[in-house]
Design a protein. Sequence first.
Length: 231
Amino acid sequence: MENGAAPTAPAVIVAIDGPSGTGKSSTSKAVAAQLGLSYLDTGAQYRAITWWMVTNGIDTDDPHEIAAAAGKPEIVSGTDPAAPTITVDGTDVAGPIRTQEVTAKVSAVSAVPEVRTRITELQRTIAAGAPLGIVVEGRDIGTTVLPDADLKIFLTASAEARAARRSGELKGADVNVTREALIKRDAADSSRKTSPLAKAEDAVEVDTTDLTLEQVIECVVTLVEEKRAGK
Ligand SMILES: Nc1ncnc2c1ncn2[C@@H]1O[C@H](COP(=O)(O)OP(=O)(O)O)[C@@H](O)[C@H]1O
Ligand SMILES: Nc1ccn([C@@H]2O[C@H](COP(=O)(O)OP(=O)(O)O)[C@@H](O)[C@H]2O)c(=O)n1
């Protein structure tokens, strides 16, 4: 190095996909924080556009109406893993995007090709602009959004474990109702035509059913470090 500065590692792109409750958000945030990378929650972006549709009286059972409105909201994601943010037209929607109503409607909205094209473009721009690299979590990151990612992880867990984790978060929620809602959403996300929830051929699958969150984080950090070391 001419000026004696330490060489910087090239930006690393990590894609983490999987169904609901497998630990994508918790793992991705922690891995990004530990490795000094940016973090992007793509589910929050689909929830944000769904929130906008609901708030603006768009019929979420009508794909044509959704498609016609898909370009209207401006969605901005903050990518600091210690404090991720999401705004729509300047309004902080971190809370409202987690309501049961948005959760029930997000699969229908995110299945519309015009919605996916718009959000995918946004995701690629954010990933390309992350100075040291980024951990991006979702459903189609390894298959469609960032097919050239340096590392692809596909998280799984039993429906029982996932429902127990989710109902632990939603205070007072019946675990059986949560389990059924989760299975229904997975089925819709996996069966849609455009960019369904799927494991990329070259993704490493990690079953988190019997692992603690700390074990999953350690596993992914090790895989990133091995990639960086060229192993
Ligand atoms: N391996 C694990 N063991 C136990 N609980 C976990 C594990 N991974 C995540 N959790 C918990 O499960 C819940 C859902 O995790 P989250 O990261 O939001 O999943 P996803 O983003 O895949 O929907 C959170 O409360 C989280 O703390
Ligand atoms: N890359 C992505 C991420 C999320 N989504 C959609 O957005 C929804 C919400 O994603 P999420 O990650 O917030 O869901 P949770 O697993 O956190 O409940 C999913 O059920 C999908 O319908 C998608 O289609 N593609």
